[in-house]
Design a protein around this ligand. Structure first.
Ligand code: NAD
Ligand code: GLY
Length: 366
């Protein structure tokens, strides 16, 4: 593990922003935001689980830095609430508070609240400043960085949304201490993704340091968070709106999103669905002759080693699941798109695989 700096930058010209990764970072959030020049009225959008844990420290830090009107708002906790109705409730709260275009919305929580309140920030009066304070591993390594915001609807996962970059991302690794183990494991899925798509060294690190990571060794955690954010920042800086390179970040997601949608967001956490999706897509890659058997075994072992699923419940019907994959928003003119591994650390975008082929692979016994 190298000595890592605390800060990374997402380079987007005038819209560049800093990611700060530090233990205790939320206590200096106010100071940082005051240097960004927002007006003194600020909203903190969180949920009913996270606000009671960290809301007071965030509020205190803001008040100490001179924000004299800090307005909290707690939304319901859960992926099933990531919908337009809850976006509207956030917007209504913002109007009642009277936030103006110089105000900021601080989002405190995991990826659900981050995506939902981030979307609200992007459309409130055509957009006000957004600050992400992610408190799950998944949101610290992925969703808080890069500006994808949005909600689910009856047609699928994240079907409504915007690209809207935050002005600052404050990652306080200490907040993970209260995170349930199942959520920590789900976050590891996105870290494994970075290993598969771009970083064989990170993949090896995950293999070698499982005990440390799962027992929340702070150096090991900081290492995987920093390394993941560095990859994400690099990819987003080169392709903010997913016209090419950024597509690699969707590895495991075509299959994973379909699984989440099919099970109404109640059976699998996002990270668990992505874990299964990465293995399912690795199997597709192997069946197409793109991925050697040894690599597929390594992927399976790593996913399972972190207690994540590589198979799904037998009562899930495969054909509707594949139909849900075809309905993915990356599908263009009916041609489904997958990000398939070709070795550990390298992927290839493959379009238009036939439904029957996908069905046969998913139904096979591997
Ligand atoms: P989540 O936001 O539902 O958080 C998981 C659970 O942990 C929730 O119950 C939450 O209240 C709780 N929690 C959060 N922080 C906690 C803490 N420090 N201590 C105790 N409990 C805590 O789920 P998630 O895994 O963070 O995010 C998943 C969402 O992120 C999905 O909706 C997914 O689509 C989205 N996502 C978005 C992007 C993007 O680029 N925008 C990328 C990946 C995932
Ligand atoms: N999580 C996929 C992306 O940010 O592009």
């Amino acid at each position: 593990m190298n000595n890592l700096t605390n800060n990374l930058t997402v380079n987007l010209g005038a819209r560049s922003y800093e990611i700060s990764i530090e233990t205790g970072a939320i206590d200096s959030l106010g100071e940082k935001l005051s240097s960004l020049g927002f007006s003194k009225k600020i909203a903190v959008v969180s949920n009913k689980t996270v606000f009671p844990l960290y809301g007071q420290r965030v509020t205190q830090s803001l008040v100490k830095a001179g924000f004299d009107e800090v307005y909290p708002y707690e939304i319901d906790d859960g992926e099933v609430f990531k919908d337009l109705r809850h976006v509207e409730s956030v917007l209504n709260r913002m109007f009642k508070i009277g936030l103006d275009r110089k105000s900021a919305i601080v989002v405190l929580g995991g990826g659900v609240v981050g995506d939902l309140a981030g979307f609200a920030a992007s459309i409130y009066m055509r957009g006000i400043a957004l600050v992400q304070v992610p408190t799950t591993l998944l949101s610290q390594v992925d969703s808080s960085v890069g500006g994808k915001t949005g909600v689910n609807n009856i047609f699928g996962k994240n079907m409504i949304g915007t690209f809207y970059q935050p002005r600052f991302v404050c990652i306080d690794t200490d907040t993970l201490k209260t995170l349930p183990m199942r959520e920590l494991r789900a976050g590891i899925a996105e870290v494994i993704k970075y290993g598969i798509i771009k970083d064989a060294v990170l993949f090896q690190f995950l293999k070698d340091n499982r005990e440390k990571i799962l027992s929340q060794d702070s150096a090991a955690l900081k290492h995987i968070i920093h390394t993941s954010c560095r990859t994400k920042a690099d990819v987003v800086s080169k392709d903010e709106r997913e016209s090419g390179l950024r597509e690699i970040l969707n590895c495991g997601h075509t299959a994973g999103h379909a699984l989440e949608t099919m099970t109404q967001y109640t059976q699998y956490l996002h990270g668990e669905a992505v874990a299964w999706g990465m293995y399912a897509e690795a199997r597709l890659a192997a069946a197409l002759g793109l991925l050697p058997n040894a690599a597929i075994r390594e992927i399976k072992d790593l996913i399972e080693g972190y207690g994540l699923p590589t198979s799904i419940s037998e009562d899930i019907e495969i054909e509707p699941l594949v139909d849900a994959m075809i309905y993915d928003k990356k599908t263009v003119a009916g041609a489904i798109k997958f990000v398939l591994p070709t070795e550990i650390g390298k992927v290839k975008i493959i379009k238009g695989i036939e439904k029957e082929f996908i069905l046969s692979v998913l139904k096979s016994e591997i």
